[in-house]
Design a protein around this ligand. Sequence first.
Ligand code: ZN
Length: 317
Amino acid sequence: MLTRRHWLAAALALGLITPAAAQDAPAKIPVVATFSILGDFVRQVGGDRVAVSTLVGPNGDAHVFQPSPADAKKVAAAKLVFVNGLGFEGWIDRLVKASGTKAKLVVATTGIAPREMAEEEDDHDHDHSKKADAHGHDHDHGGTDPHAWQSVDNAEVYVANIRDALIAADPAGKATYEANAAAYTARLDALDAQVKAAILAIPTERRRIITSHDAFGYFGAAYGMEFIAPQGVSTESEASAKDVARIIRQIKAEKIPAVFMENISDPRLVKRIAAETDAKIGGELYSDALSDDKGPASTYIDMMQNNIRQFSAALSS
Ligand code: ZN
């Protein structure tokens, strides 16, 4: 039987492996992140030791994602699968099961206090008896808000959870993961201060905006801004005509200054709302996904900076 040393010698002689590969260069740990923002966090902490694949890519909408067989392969090959949790990836359990993966599932929002959406926030008149029959007590405006990353404080919790999961999976990389997480957290602290300063510079009465879906609740709670959205916390169902009419009335009555488009949503809804009111159209916000490399939001930090630039441009003055 060939010993490991003999096998290496034979493989080197045959040119199957290079001497460098034979000596060191450990294989990167294959991990999956369900969406682009989470993928950026995992890359920041994992550095050179991990190979990150994301399932929902740049400008993709995780709420309505439909995994492909290629996604199942990525999950099957992964050692860790990082998910947001809080109901964001409604498709993940089925995908994990179908893939047959042995990967550990890591919920990156563990320890974050979730925002629960009040079911009766507004005066819409869905037929509750029918809805209750079909879906229990859920409907479009209720449930848990999954968009926890929109507060930078929460992003730091994601980073700590990612660090701990990587150390557990790859103890040899402990010092690297700790150093990467500490350096990135310092950058997030600076970002948090920058976001706070940008919002403080906007007059209080102008810190009220419309977005298409309700993705900025954690941002609003952390930084003191109000977001109103015709769609609920998911993009799965369209806003009803009554919801849109209600928001148009609210914009007019309360003089809400601006409506914003989102990179993952059809811009027609907010354009229609703007056309029927005096609200101006702000720029494009990145809510649930990064931009591609050429766009203004290819990392989480760039994304948050893009969004505060859009708020400042539309709301200051
Ligand atoms: Zn969303």
